[in-house]
Structures are given as structure tokens and as C-alpha cells.
Write a new protein. Structure first.
Length: 319
């Protein structure tokens, strides 16, 4: 096979002055450099832009300055400017293993130009977190295999307990974006919204259990801040995407209806969890109907227990 692997790393950045230098260094110290590092400065107001400027002279680095619009639109901007065959979305407060690009290149050569390569990741607590009992999540795929479609990979990941939606845990062919309609939406949890359509579109797909991505868990991040309306709205958008995809896909979704239903139920439960964590009670009419229509006994039982726990804590102070 002709070796025409090229990779653009797309790094949105917003007010990450304390971390972005380490993130950029982890890209520029790769054993095999990517073809592009596209840094999208999303209207930062701290020292982020000043730190980025120290790297602008590097031959693979390009910088795009834009008005703040959120993580999803910043990633879309990076894709539009990418000239590579593959794209990778890397958050600007995290760290990459130094063999990440070289390893992706090896997987590419061994698997006949896959549309999608998924890999494992780990989390670490930032030094500023102080003493805490919080255990950061780990992202092990538990799977080393190639598949003829993204849906086959999804089914295997569900069995291996290795399914994670984060866009920092996969690379994709650029052609899947834009012309195919894949685009991040301007909401929180945009990764939850895009993952199933991405898997549905992918033909050849690969998983490796090796961890190449290291997520920093820090105060003030989406992971550690209290849930609010924006979190609820983000999951609601993902649910509507699932309904729209099923409608547009028609008979081509029939083969994967069980996987669609698993994902829809998971998002529905996530919606109710975030709703109650935000101190709210009433779901939208659509979400109430979806729970009754598609939830099944298991999901209904989970939601019942969520409300039971909520009221115990609200009225008696314990869960």
C-alpha cells in the first residue's frame, strides 16, 4: 500500500494559559511529527495567545484567531483549514504520548486506510486540584482488532466495556467531515452528539487498547463543574440527532436498530441524570415520551431510582 498517511492535529484553545505550553510541547516532541498542528485560539482573554505566539515559527504550526464560539465550532474551523488525510482533535490542556503519531501511522499501514482509529486514554489530576477523593476516569478500550464498519466496532466496544465518546480518543479521515455532513454543534457534550453518526458512517474501523491520550482533570473544567442547563441541553441535542439520523437513514439503519436503541437509551438516562443533578425535575415532553416509548423496563427502573434518590436528599438530607 502506498504510504500517504498525513495527520493534522487540531487544538482549540480558550483561556488555558497554565496548560497549553505543555500540550503543544507534547505534540512537537513526537517521535514522528504530524503534518500540521492547527491551533484555534477561540477568543482567549488570558495569556493563552501570548504563549501560542512562541510556537508560531515552527514549520508545522499554524494559528487561527477567532471570536469565542465554543469547542465544537473551533474544531470545525480547524477541519476547514486542514490539508491532511486524517484529523485528530486534541484539547489544549491535555498531553499526548510521544509515540502517538508514529503509532497511528503504523496502524494505518497495517489496516488499509481505515476511516476511524480508536485508542485508549488515561486521566490524571492536575496539581492545582489539591487533596481530593475524586478518582479520575480511565478510558481503556480493552480491544485490539479491526472491523469492516464503525457499527461492528461499536458493538465490540460495548461488549468489552470500552466505549467512550471523547473526540480525543480517535482519529478519523478528513473526508468524513464536511461533505458527509459531520460537524460539531455549538453545545456542551458535543462529543456525545457526534459519536454515533461518526460510527454509522465509518467503513473500515480499528481499535487499539494502547493509551496515547492523557486527560488532565482540573478545577473549572466541564468534567469537574456542577451540571447546569447547558449540560442538559447538550444531551438533549444528542438525542434529537439520534432521532434525525434514524429518520434519514431509513432501511439502512434496520440492521443496526439494536445499537441505535442502546445509544438512545444511554443518552436518555444521561439526560435525566443531568436534569436531577441540576436540581430540576420536569423533563421536556419529548424526553418524557422517549422514556415511555423506548426506555424499556430497565431504563424506567433506573429513572425511578434517580427520582427516589433526589427526593430523599431534598427532603431528608441523605441518599
Amino acid at each position: 500500500m502506498v504510504n500517504n498517511f498525513t495527520l493534522s492535529i487540531i487544538m482549540p484553545a480558550y483561556n488555558v494559559g497554565s496548560y497549553i505550553g505543555e500540550a503543544i510541547d507534547s505534540v512537537l516532541s513526537q517521535t514522528l511529527l504530524p503534518d500540521e498542528l492547527i491551533i484555534v485560539n477561540d477568543g482567549s482573554t488570558d495569556e493563552t495567545r501570548e504563549i501560542i505566539s512562541r510556537y508560531e515559527s515552527h514549520p508545522i504550526v499554524s494559528v487561527i484567531d477567532k471570536i469565542n464560539g465554543g469547542l465544537g465550532p473551533a474544531r470545525n474551523t480547524g477541519v476547514e483549514h486542514s490539508a491532511s488525510k486524517y484529523v485528530y482533535f486534541f484539547d489544549s490542556d491535555d498531553v499526548l504520548d510521544k509515540r502517538f503519531v508514529e503509532s497511528m501511522h503504523e496502524v494505518y499501514l497495517a489496516n488499509s486506510e481505515p476511516d476511524l482509529i480508536m485508542f485508549s486514554g488515561e486521566s490524571f489530576l492536575d496539581d492545582s486540584s489539591g487533596e481530593t477523593s475524586f478518582q479520575p476516569p480511565q478510558y481503556s478500550r480493552h480491544l485490539n482488532a479491526s472491523f469492516e464498519s464503525g457499527m461492528d466496532l461499536y458493538r465490540a466496544l460495548l461488549k468489552s466495556n470500552g466505549f467512550f465518546s471523547s473526540a480525543c480518543l480517535y482519529i478519523t479521515r478528513k473526508k468524513m467531515w464536511g461533505a458527509n455532513g459531520l460537524k460539531f454543534k455549538p453545545v456542551l457534550h458535543e462529543d456525545e452528539d457526534i459519536i454515533f453518526p461518526l460510527l454509522f458512517l465509518a467503513r473500515k474501523a480499528v481499535s487499539t487498547s494502547e493509551p496515547f491520550f492523557f486527560r488532565r482533570v482540573r478545577p473549572g473544567s466541564i468534567m469537574t463543574t456542577r451540571q447546569g442547563k447547558e449540560n442538559i441541553d447538550g444531551v438533549f441535542v444528542a438525542v434529537k440527532t439520534m432521532l434525525d439520523l434514524k429518520s434519514r437513514a431509513g432501511e439502512s439503519m434496520d440492521e443496526f436498530y439494536d445499537l441505535w436503541l442502546i445509544r438512545l437509551r444511554g443518552l436518555t438516562l444521561a439526560y435525566y441524570r443531568r436534569l436531577l443533578n441540576s436540581g430540576l425535575l420536569l423533563p421536556t415532553p419529548l424526553m418524557f415520551w422517549l422514556m415511555l416509548r423506548f426506555g424499556g423496563v430497565g431504563a424506567l427502573y433506573h429513572v425511578f431510582n434517580m427520582y427516589k434518590k433526589f427526593f430523599k436528599k431534598a427532603f431528608w438530607g441523605y441518599s
